[in-house]
Design a protein around this ligand. Sequence first.
Ligand SMILES: NC(=O)c1ccc[n+]([C@@H]2O[C@H](COP(=O)([O-])OP(=O)(O)OC[C@H]3O[C@@H](n4cnc5c(N)ncnc54)[C@H](O)[C@@H]3O)[C@@H](O)[C@H]2O)c1
Length: 331
Amino acid sequence: MNLLVTGGAGFIGSNFARYWSGAHPGDRVIAYDLLTYAGSRSNLDPATTLVEADVCDAAAAEAALRDHAVDVIVHFAAESHNSLAVLDPARFFRTNVVGTQTMLEAARAVGVERFHHVSTCEVYGDLALDAGPEEAFTETSPYRPRTPYNASKAGADHAVRAYAETYGLPVTITNCSNNYGPYQFPEKVIPLFVAQALDDQPLPLYESVRNRREWLHVLDHCRAIEAVLERGRVGETYHVGSGLERDIEQIADLVLDALGKPASLKTIVPDRPGHDRRYLLDCTKIRDELGWEPQIDFEDGLAGTVAWYAHRRDWWEPLKGRAPVVETNWK
Ligand SMILES: NC(=O)c1ccc[n+]([C@@H]2O[C@H](COP(=O)([O-])OP(=O)(O)OC[C@H]3O[C@@H](n4cnc5c(N)ncnc54)[C@H](O)[C@@H]3O)[C@@H](O)[C@H]2O)c1
């Protein structure tokens, strides 16, 4: 099977490309990535083919599908940083909505066995901090995005469903909770905190320090997409999460403890506008239908991730200067 992995040089896409090549050595993985500030060739194994192109470029997308006889598209490519979306929303609607529609159109023109779209828990808006587990988002919860990033991902999800309903394109969608693991760009909270702590620099915590996220190791996300590609029902959406929630201060404390750094490095900064309080996914469907469940314990996964960044300064240090947003500048 030939898989085209859009966004394959980014955080989750590169982990997925590596995971798939290891688990399915008979398959060919082709990464399709524009190499924006968030994507790097060095995230990929040198043997992986990279098509350096834009998901908004219809001709390039169609050529890549034909040239590589692509059977399956796994669509990760996106602008992914909520903070940047506050400053430059147009870029998010272009890449995430128009880019997704362009890839769908190329898939329709060429014909593929599957178009798998990678989405997020954030399309449902946020939950109150005291909401009970019965309020967790299900696959049929209404979309209520609150930020330009969330809204652009919601628009992409709608485009994917429209192509399935209108043109019969064989699609699947996963909406996943917050990922952590190696190769995450150091603008995102866990690698940012580790990099700052290693250099004895302040860890910027949004002032709503009790806001929390549901954390999933990136390899568990990769295995969930594998389960959906292999056993998922065409046309369906599956939620992917761990149920494990930690707030921003707990994450900072875990990172500081792991590195033996003082709590005094925690520094409160203004919330970014539209800062969602909480998301929580109901993952009964993927667990019951496909038998998927997370395999990586959070404490172990986080310890391994902190150790990875501690040993891979060569990876993150050159990237830090490419981050377009400084989190303290909101007011
Ligand atoms: N990180 C998370 O916690 C998380 C959780 C749920 C869903 N997701 C979704 O997973 C996907 C991947 O997220 P990530 O964290 O790996 O993001 P990332 O920012 O690390 O990677 C995105 C990749 O897309 C590429 N890209 C951006 N614009 C492009 C364009 N116009 N054409 C081609 N390539 C382009 C970038 O170069 C980069 O390699 C996104 O769709 C995101 O919405 C992420």
